[in-house]
Design a protein around this ligand. Structure first.
Ligand SMILES: *Cc1c(COP(=O)(O)O)cnc(C)c1O
Length: 351
């Protein structure tokens, strides 16, 4: 049977109200791709997989939660949805709202939204408003406005987002037969780490699939959960996790603790180095998506994780196409005459 989207695929495990009317782009069912070459670079002797969430319909894992949030809203005949976004939530909300025939308003922070994400939100027809403030400011505004108008909030404060996002944990268990030993993933507003932990716990209770240890990774310039206090001016190249006051921070800390895992920070240099290493295995992800693996590499190097014999899954949350400027910046083309000799001299002769 073809994949019907995450709600139909896992309906019995999702706590969605009976009025829910499914709006789907057949999200989910993303591949779990083996990464033997990257595992070797990290020391070898273990199995490593990437859950490539960049292959969802709008290019990030946000689609799993958005199908649930929009479907619930559609069942209530909601006409307008609103979100704050560092980019991927905006693109996803815009696409699912378009499919449901709803109006979609998104607030984005000044500058800093990657080109592919902004373009997506515009292409799907959202009303995009840039505010002179951070993501955290935008989210506060959305919470306020949606409490005063008949407009549905579709950020991950919306509980149905997490219901949808749990399905990634189910898929991993279904493919591997059980949970991995470790799950590594980036942490921004902390909805996804919370959803994975809910999902693994629920599946373990239903099917005895066991529990992973969870390694959540923030960017060093935006690491409130590592520092133990909010970050007023978060800064990182990984714009999807450039968040100083995570809405689900407490839940994320609890997930790390209950799983005997932890939340750590990686620097931008470590994140970009991992982005490059992954691309060397044919997997191009946006910077934030490389943070989970960058953190794993650091933990292994520091002797904090001994991976031998383990099975480890890293979640790559969004596609590299979302943020093309990160890689093209500083790249200059060499203009050559259109003749074979000139090209041979540059790339073939003596190489
Ligand atoms: C949203 C997002 C994150 C962060 O997820 P949270 O649920 O906010 O912690 C990480 N990577 C990408 C690509 C994202 O779009």
């Amino acid at each position: 049977m073809p994949h019907p989207g995450v709600i139909e695929a896992y309906r019995q495990y999702l706590d969605l109200p009976s009025h829910t009317r499914v709006v789907t782009l057949l999200e989910g069912n993303t591949p779990l791709i083996p990464l033997p070459a990257v595992a070797e670079v990290l020391g070898g002797g273990f199995e490593l997989f990437v859950k490539f969430e960049g292959l969802n319909p709008t290019g990030s894992f946000k689609d799993r939660g958005m199908t649930a949030a929009i479907s619930e809203a559609a069942g209530r005949d909601v006409k307008t949805v609103m979100c704050a976004s560092t980019g991927n939530t905006a693109a996803s909300a815009a696409a699912y709202a378009a499919r449901a025939g709803m109006r979609c308003i998104v607030l984005i922070p000044e500058g800093k939204v990657a080109a592919g994400k902004l373009a997506g939100a515009i292409a799907y027809g959202a009303e995009v408003l840039q505010i002179q403030g951070s993501f955290d400011d935008a989210l506060s505004l959305v919470v306020d406005l949606t409490s005063r108008y008949p407009v549905a909030l579709v950020n991950s404060l919306n509980p149905y987002r997490l219901e949808g996002q749990k399905t990634a944990a189910f898929e991993i268990c279904d493919v591997l037969g059980s949970a991995p030993d470790w799950l590594c993933l980036p942490v921004g507003n902390a909805g996804n780490i919370s959803a994975y932990w809910m999902g693994f716990k629920q599946y373990d209770q239903a099917k005895g699939t066991a529990l992973p240890q969870i390694l959540g990774v923030q960017a060093a310039g935006a690491a409130p959960l590592v520092l133990g206090h909010p970050v007023e001016h978060p800064e990182t190249v990984a714009t999807a996790i450039r968040i100083g006051r995570p809405a689900r921070g407490e839940q994320a800390l609890q997930a790390a603790e209950e799983s005997s895992g932890r939340i750590i920070a990686s620097t931008d240099d470590e994140i970009l180095a991992m982005q490059k290493l992954l691309a060397g295995s044919g997997i191009w992800v946006e910077p934030a998506s490389a943070a989970g693996l960058a953190g794993l590499r650091k933990q292994i190097n520091e002797g904090m994780i001994h991976p031998r014999g383990m099975r480890i899954v890293a979640v790559c949350t969004g596609h590299g196409l979302k943020d093309p400027e990160i890689v093209t910046r500083g790249f200059s083309y060499q203009a050559l005459p259109a003749d074979a000799a000139a090209i041979e001299a540059v790339v073939l002769k003596g190489k």
